[in-house]
Design a protein around this ligand. Structure first.
Ligand code: GLN
Length: 470
């Protein structure tokens, strides 16, 4: 077993062929985590019952059972609830909190017999693009330890890129799966809003949040997505189950005017090379206009803090985790929230409260929602003409830790990923080779977007992209 080249697909074959057991596989990953995690800080906790879970999977395999993920070791972002396990969203405010129930996605994966290795580091409450906002220290990029793995699901991405698991879950509110996937050289995707239940995911921006997979290949990514997607009555925005659209994508639209602003020239070069390869493989590449989409960052950084400020009101020192006793109840709220939340989380609660306050709600929140409707229209118009829209996933390769201390500089890195969440469409990031920085080959990603419900088009073009990159 070579865990540095292993995929979920290959592990499935070998497990079913009894070439190794789920116990062997889990033990191999545990040994590697033991060796590498101290340096990377990708896992916040490795579960004590990993081998027990693997043994349970082996018992099912012995009985002749096979599901795509039976016995497959996965890493779970620390904002997804697993009953009986700690969950902290990388925040001090959830100190000591144990999940009283499991997320829908966890139930789905457990039904298949997947093995959960542990919970991974992230930006506190998923606010950030570098995993530097964790209350438990930053995660390092396995390709260059001085650099960030991206965020907010940076722990999951780094764990997979360093081969500390075979697949992982993240959450994506404005790019937190796709951007770290790009910066770590792996595949990451978010489905259509409502395709995966948010039940049991710690809420950030409820109209934007989606749980989604990371994997080494597009095929493995689809395997995890298929396992976690589907209707759940406990999430009011969960979509009904319906047959996937199965139209072969042929035309790729490229919003060149949108790309020209501030994208690193090396990233743009890799992007154009990738498009040329896809075009040689039979795809038609066409220029498109998305006139309102450049306003996405401004809209996102109003809508997301607004929703986050209301979602985070529940952390009050009474109901969950940390409690710093005060003189009276208001004092308890203030002390707990003041000590429990980190700087970025407090900044966003302030912004969110401000844009929702009477007197400013029309100027900011309502205007942002109106522009969001224009952004959705741009995509609807574009998808009447093209099957796929492509952009780089991130305007730059992985940046150095500490490089983006100015929050606005950090927010600017989300330019290509946030439009997808605002429109509720699905998006995937696939590796598109590397760029050289300080003697290191740093991975970069290409993002593909499709219309609502058309994840299949992303898997098809994503696999085509992988093939031409080989
Ligand atoms: N980087 C974005 C932000 O800071 C996206 C975060 C996310 O998707 N959770 O909000």
């Amino acid at each position: 077993m070579d865990i540095e080249t292993l995929t979920i697909k290959e592990a499935r074959r070998a497990l079913d062929a009894k070439e190794f057991t789920a116990h062997d596989l889990a033990a191999a990953f545990l040994a590697r985590i033991e060796k590498k995690n101290a340096e990377l800080n990708a896992f916040l906790e490795v579960f004590v019952d990993v081998l027990e879970q693997a043994d349970a999977a082996d018992a099912r395999i012995q009985k002749g059972e096979s599901t795509p993920l039976l016995g497959i070791p996965l890493a779970i972002k620390d904002n997804i609830l697993i009953k009986g396990k700690r969950v902290s969203a990388a925040s001090k405010i959830l100190d000591g909190y144990v999940a009283p129930y499991s997320a829908h996605v966890i139930e789905r994966l457990q039904a298949q017999g997947a093995v959960f290795l542990g919970r991974t580091n992230m930006d506190e409450f998923a606010m950030g693009g570098s995993t530097e906002n964790s209350a438990f220290g930053r995660t390092k990029n396995p390709h260059d330890l001085a650099r960030v793995p991206g965020g907010s699901s940076g722990g999951s991405a780094a764990a997979l890129a360093a081969h500390l698991c075979l697949g992982a879950l993240g959450t994506d509110t404005g790019g937190s799966i796709r951007q770290p996937a790009a910066l770590c050289g792996i595949v990451g995707m978010k489905g259509t809003y409502g395709s995966v239940s948010r039940f049991g995911a710690i809420a950030m921006g409820s109209s934007l949040d989606q749980i989604g997979p990371f994997a080494h290949t597009v095929e493995d990514t689809q395997t995890i997505f298929d396992a976690i997607a589907g209707h759940d009555a406990r999430d009011a925005t969960s979509l009904p189950d319906k047959k996937a659209v199965d139209k072969k994508p042929k035309v790729i639209g490229v919003p060149r005017a949108f790309l020209s602003q501030g994208t690193d020239p090396d990233v743009l070069a890799r992007f154009e090379e990738s498009l040329a390869l896809l075009s040689a493989a039979g795809y038609e590449v066409r220029n498109i206009e998305l006139p309102a989409v450049p306003h996405s960052l401004a809209v996102y950084y109003i809508v997301m803090p607004a929703e986050a400020s209301t979602n985070l009101a529940r952390f009050d020192g009474v109901r969950f985790g940390l409690a710093v006793p005060g003189e009276h109840v208001l004092d308890t709220y203030k002390k707990t929230r003041g000590q429990g939340f980190g700087k970025e989380v407090r900044r966003r609660i302030l912004i969110g409260t401000y844009v929702l306050s009477s007197g400013y709600v029309d100027a900011y929140y309502r205007k942002a929602e109106a522009v969001r409707a224009l952004i959705k229209n741009d995509f609807a118009r574009a998808f009447a003409e093209v099957d796929i829209i492509a952009t780089p996933t991130s305007p730059t390769p992985a940046f150095k830790a500490g490089e983006k201390e100015d929050p606005l500089a950090m927010y600017a890195a989300d330019i290509f990923t946030v439009p997808v969440n605002l429109a509720g469409i699905p998006g995937i990031s696939v590796p598109m080779k590397t760029v050289l920085r300080d003697g290191n080959e740093l991975p970069v990603g290409i993002q593909f977007m499709a219309t609502h419900g058309n994840e299949q088009a992303l898997f098809t073009v994503g696999a085509a992209c992988e093939a031409v990159m080989r």
